[in-house]
Write a protein that binds this ligand. Sequence first.
Ligand SMILES: Cc1cc2nc3c(=O)[nH]c(=O)nc-3n(C[C@H](O)[C@H](O)[C@H](O)COP(=O)(O)OP(=O)(O)OC[C@H]3O[C@@H](n4cnc5c(N)ncnc54)[C@H](O)[C@@H]3O)c2cc1C
Length: 406
Amino acid sequence: MSDIIRRDPRAEWIARNRLHPLHAAMQPVQHSWMGPNGILRKNVHGVGFIGPNGIKRIDRSGAQQGGASKRTAAAEVQLPLHQVAAPAFYINVVPDMVGGRLSSHDRDLLGLARQLAGSDGAVLVVVFGEHKESTFATAGVDRLLVLEGHEFDGYSPEQRVQGLRAVDNQFNPRHWLLPDSRSGGGELGRRFAASLKERPATRVWQIKGEECIGRAGAGQEDLARPLPRLILAAAECADPVSETRHEVLPVELSTTLARSLPRIEDLGAVAVDPAAIPMAEAEFIFSGGNGVKDWALFHQTAAALGATEGASRVAVDDGFMARDRQVGASGTWVTARVYVAVGISGAIQHLQGIGACDKVVAINLDPGCDMIKRADLSVIGESAAILQALIEAVAAYRNGAKRDAA
Ligand SMILES: Cc1cc2nc3c(=O)[nH]c(=O)nc-3n(C[C@H](O)[C@H](O)[C@H](O)COP(=O)(O)OP(=O)(O)OC[C@H]3O[C@@H](n4cnc5c(N)ncnc54)[C@H](O)[C@@H]3O)c2cc1C
């Protein structure tokens, strides 16, 4: 075959002409690819697609991207596998696993652990009891140790510390990393440190060489100190792992754990009024906007779901919701695991406030609105009918559960 480069001027012209109907088909669909050194490369300019009127559109849900799904593309990209056959040392991480899954704080911590592990060390994650996580490999986990048993259920810090002591004896990790959070990691880390007689570095947000920097003085000061063995790290202490895949090899404890003294008795969770939970701390928020036509039904649905109520600014300005319920740039920035937006269009000021939410569900009449683009799950239709159906579905589910229990 001749090595003369052949050009198709017509195809080039179509590729340049945003208004041509074949323009999208002429664009390279590959937005990320593997570079020669095994690092994933991304073309940030390739994000989005040109709409019918020639304006560039960026689909926040990732469902379109010029006709090719971003999620499918992500699934197709096989990240390079990082293997550590014989680890020179271990970096142990104890994630919070709120709801049985890695939280964003846990992922930041794993990113930090990877930095400390380098190419010779292995990141060993210790998980208590059952979990639902399926993405340990892409979160940077080389070894996984699951400590099973009912003794770790609920609030069991003494038993957990005992488990961690056994892991410490067996693996002798170079560092222990726990999230300095209110979801368990902060307390467990301090108890563990006391049991090891170590002085931990707390609220660490940066590690530079052999030094770490943590927040102190009621969040007003930074405290630099030599890197200790036990680190309690703040959220956003490092970027989560995104460019490598890891083995997640299961490891086990070689010793059997003795039961600790039952000095603490877990009496179970206390029912709280969802309305009394501060918006910034609520895990499940049911938010209403201008598209809610029946506010009594809205409150009824939130109560049936056991969710904390939120609102758009329009709903607040119109007097349907209290000012402290407003979500968004001029309201509260929320971090819920599930955020349901009923009749909210998704104005930029509102979307800013829900940027840290894990899963967003949109109920809206308009399939083209920005909230639907942001949402992980959308229900297109009239809000009153959907809320009514939701109440019925919750009631049927609860009755079914009661029947099964009987
Ligand atoms: C400086 C500044 C700060 C702001 N700060 C905030 C803020 O913190 N928080 C905030 O929320 N806004 C804020 N805003 C206002 C923001 O720009 C939007 O005006 C507001 O978020 C719109 O609220 P909405 O989505 O409820 O109403 P709309 O924009 O009117 O949207 C209503 C939505 O409901 C849908 N709908 C209508 N009828 C139905 C039905 N029967 N069933 C289902 N869906 C239906 C429509 O399709 C539409 O998508 C701010 C604005 C400014 C200028």
